[in-house]
Design a protein around this ligand. Structure first.
Ligand code: FAD
Length: 461
């Protein structure tokens, strides 16, 4: 009898296990399936908290609809009737003491028409003229391995990138644009540049794909995103789910693996999936060469602060769903989502719920990381007062420090991942890495990666 142990019960581990379990059932296999999770709950970076009438997503808050629609997990898990979509609204950049609208006809802040560029209130006339060079400058040197920042600046100019694109894009991909490749962010921009001669024209021609100004860009579930986690868990039949079970070490013994837990228990397995962050993988694999590759992968930190008030969310200063900040010296946060506006299901009584994001890229972050929760809350209340003009007393807050938990796919990312895969395949056949540290951070990417991971194991059985 073969034993497969999946270490890490986040969405990747769950998806891997679900695929393995389906195969086991369909093939009437006697394979033993074990899912080991260090925390008391499955879900990892998906964690829903219910408090004072609010549905609060401490980690991920939604799924990109476009990606989910190309997959079958929602139907397979029977969740169609639970799906809710974001409200459409304007987004702002907080700059020079005020909220300025991000042009609606834009993708990650990149204008998707010349008109959108012309109408922007975020960029000067000179900056707009500079950006027009995109229409007549050919791409002769850039490839997918170049930085997205250098690519955008070359064709659209420094000012547009700094004031309108970088605040949006570096927020989405958690990193400086100069450190992120086109391949790991927006590879299609290169194709557009080549096919349409212009990034702006390429986006314009493909507007439908990005649902610009369209509704239902993101989805979640009526009772919170953990509905997805619970649905996966409920489908896992006779899988042994070990919670509060941290793996401390993996050792190779003959052609099998001895997996040791923090509680001193040991399980022997034929196949091991490491669907845990790469830092955690480094801690349990006793191999200098692999650790040498794992440390090349980088991640950044983020503190998420929710504040709920006993005031109606109609007190918000304008229509819209939130703002990001452009400069580093006005507010301490990088972004603020007006959660109760953006997600109706999160506030039963339409009371105001906002979420502030504090990222390690911000100069204020170092000080914040040393603060206790009460001090962080005070910093958030100060940002809310400056940014939104609201100074009510909060009735609840939820602060989560995602320290080193946001993967940054740097220019060398794919090479490092390949090196780790190769080293594992040679020295530890049967151990497979999976999850957001390596193969994409979005929930749909993780689910897809889980499927592929299960297929790799099935092929080896
Ligand atoms: P994880 O969720 O990190 O799961 C790994 C699991 O392994 C954890 O449960 C951990 O406890 C466990 N573990 C670690 N070490 C051990 C060990 N030694 N033994 C046993 N278990 C161990 N994505 C979106 O698509 N939409 C969003 O809106 C979104 N927002 C985000 C907001 C935040 C604040 C964060 C942090 C992420 C967000 N993401 C979002 C990204 C997405 O949530 C993650 O990429 C995804 O959930 C990662 O899943 P995973 O299973 O690969 O890893």
């Amino acid at each position: 009898m073969k034993t497969v142990i999946v270490i890490g019960g986040g969405i990747t581990g769950l998806s891997t296990m679900y695929e393995l379990y389906k195969w086991k059932k369909a093939n009437q296999s006697d394979m033993r399936l074990i899912l080991a999770e260090a925390s008391a709950e499955l879900g990892g970076k998906i964690r829903t908290v219910k408090n004072s009438g609010f549905v609060i997503e401490a980690g991920a808050d939604s799924i990109v609809t476009r990606k989910a629609n190309t997959m079958t997990f929602i139907e397979e898990l029977g969740l169609q009737s639970e799906v809710v979509y974001n409200a459409t609204g304007r987004s702002f950049i907080y700059t020079e003491g005020e909220l300025k609208q991000i042009p609606t006809d834009a993708v990650f802040g990149i204008p998707a028409s010349v008109e959108s560029l012309a109408k922007s209130t975020l960029v000067s006339a000179e900056g707009k003229v500079e950006a027009l060079k995109d229409l007549y400058t050919k791409n002769e040197t850039f490839t997918k391995d170049d930085s997205v920042g250098a690519f955008l600046e070359h064709f659209l100019g420094k000012e547009l990138v700094e004031k309108q694109i970088a605040p949006v894009l570096s927020g989405v991909y958690s990193g400086k644009l100069s450190d992120l490749t086109l391949a790991s962010t927006l590879p299609y921009l290169l194709e557009y540049k080549d096919k349409y001669g212009s990034i702006i024209k390429g986006l314009e021609a493909n507007k439908e794909k990005f649902q610009i100004g369209g509704e239902r860009k993101f989805l979640s579930f009526r009772s919170g995103l953990d509905t997805l986690v619970n649905a996966f868990e409920n489908k896992l039949g006779d899988v042994e789910i070990l919670k509060n079970t941290k793996v401390s070490e993996i050792e190779k013994e003959n052609n099998r693996y001895k997996v040791s837990f923090a509680n001193q228990e040991v399980i022997e397995a034929d196949h091991v999936v490491l669907s845990i962050p790469h830092t955690a993988a480094g801690e349990i694999l006793n191999d200098k060469e692999i650790i040498g590759e794992l440390v090349k992968l980088k991640s950044s930190s983020l503190i998420s602060v929710y504040v709920g008030f006993d005031v109606p969310d109609s007190l918000l200063p304008t229509e819209g769903t939130g703002f990001i900040t452009a400069s580093n010296n006005e507010l301490s946060c990088n972004a603020c989502t007006w959660t109760s506006r953006k997600w109706e299901h999160t506030s039963e009584s339409k009371n105001l719920l906002v979420r502030l994001f504090y990222k390690s890229s911000h100069p204020a972050f170092q000080a914040l990381q040393k603060m206790n929760k009460e001090e962080i809350l005070q910093a958030a209340l100060s940002d809310i007062k400056k940014g939104l003009g609201i100074s009510a007393e909060p009735i609840t807050s939820e602060i989560t420090n995602w320290s080193d938990q946001m993967p940054n796919y740097r220019i060398t990312h794919s090479k490092s991942v390949e090196a780790i895969e190769n080293k594992l395949a040679t020295a530890y056949p049967g151990i497979i890495i999976a999850g957001c540290s390596y193969y994409g951070v979005g929930i749909p990417d993780c689910i897809e990666n889980g499927k592929n991971t299960a297929r790799k194991i099935i092929a080896l059985l």
